[in-house]
Design a protein around this ligand. Structure first.
Ligand code: ADP
Ligand code: MG
Length: 251
């Protein structure tokens, strides 16, 4: 079972979109996938629940705060082979709930250990911060992916993520590996974007993935339909880009 986190302290860099669409690629490959929504904003969860509060009583907050068995909280989705451990707004309390537990960052790793025969892949969608939720995810993971927008704030944010990871590697998870820094939401034919892409190349060298996700309204349309691009528009260029991404990071 390969566990991968999609992390950045910045919001709006397509972490959730990338998690959802990579699940789409793995689903069409016939893989068994568990999605974990670690973000109290529950965006990934919302993509799967439509208008109903489907996951009100089956989510990671119930597992971490009320000792619900993980296997009861994991729920099937409309995507073939893909299950979800949903998020809940209560996750906003995660850091304060575990303020006195110095080993809390190991909790998700321990929980997922019990699922290792049930899934081929686990994809963890992190909150837009580097607090306990993201640390739990990174401690549980073998690899992590850092989506970035081609702008100044993203450059700084990606460097902060690297600092936190260095710490986690030293103390809790020496095997944690960077799968790559991924330019997401790339608008074509804009000088300032191209300048930033050059800057990212200089800063991150081969860590910057060759695959880039282009800006297209199709992602929002697919999300509105509650589908990844790979089922919504399987022949669209954006679907092929996600298939290439999965290949490049050897998912
Ligand atoms: P994050 O999880 O990092 O906060 P999201 O995945 O929620 O980011 O994306 C933020 C918004 O941008 C969403 O409305 C999403 O549909 C949109 N979006 C993400 N990627 C793209 C893209 N490549 N092109 C156009 N819109 C995108
Ligand atoms: Mg998100």
């Amino acid at each position: 079972m390969k566990i991968v986190s999609i992390a950045n302290l910045k919001g709006g860099v397509a972490k959730t979109t990338i998690t959802h669409n990579l699940a789409g690629v793995l689903s069409e490959q016939g893989k068994r996938v568990l999605l974990v929504d670690m973000d109290y904003q529950s965006s990934l969860t919302a993509l799967f629940e439509g208008d109903e509060a489907r996951f009100e009583n089956t989510n990671i907050a119930r597992v971490l705060f009320d000792h619900m068995p993980l296997s009861d909280a994991i729920q099937p989705t409309n995507l073939k082979g893909v299950a979800i451990l949903a998020a809940d707004i209560d996750l906003a309390l995660l850091d304060s709930r575990f303020a006195n537990d110095l080993n809390a960052h190991f909790l998700l790793a321990e929980l997922l250990e019990g699922q290792k025969n049930n899934f081929d892949h686990v994809l963890i969608d992190c909150p837009p911060n580097l607090l306990l939720g993201t640390r739990m995810a990174l401690v549980a993971s073998q690899g992590y992916l850092v989506p970035v927008a081609a702008d100044r704030f993203s450059l700084r944010a990606a460097m902060h993520v690297q600092d936190v990871v260095a710490n986690i590697r030293k103390r809790a998870n020496p095997k944690l590996e960077l799968l790559g820094i991924l330019l997401s939401r790339v608008a074509t034919r804009r000088k300032v974007t191209e300048d930033y892409i050059e800057l990212f190349k200089k800063q991150f060298g081969s860590q910057l993935l060759n695959t880039q996700i282009k800006e297209t309204i199709r992602f929002q349309e697919a999300a509105t339909a509650g589908e990844p691009i790979t089922t919504y528009l399987p022949n669209h260029e954006a679907s092929d880009i996600f298939r290439s991404l999965a290949q490049e990071i050897r998912l």
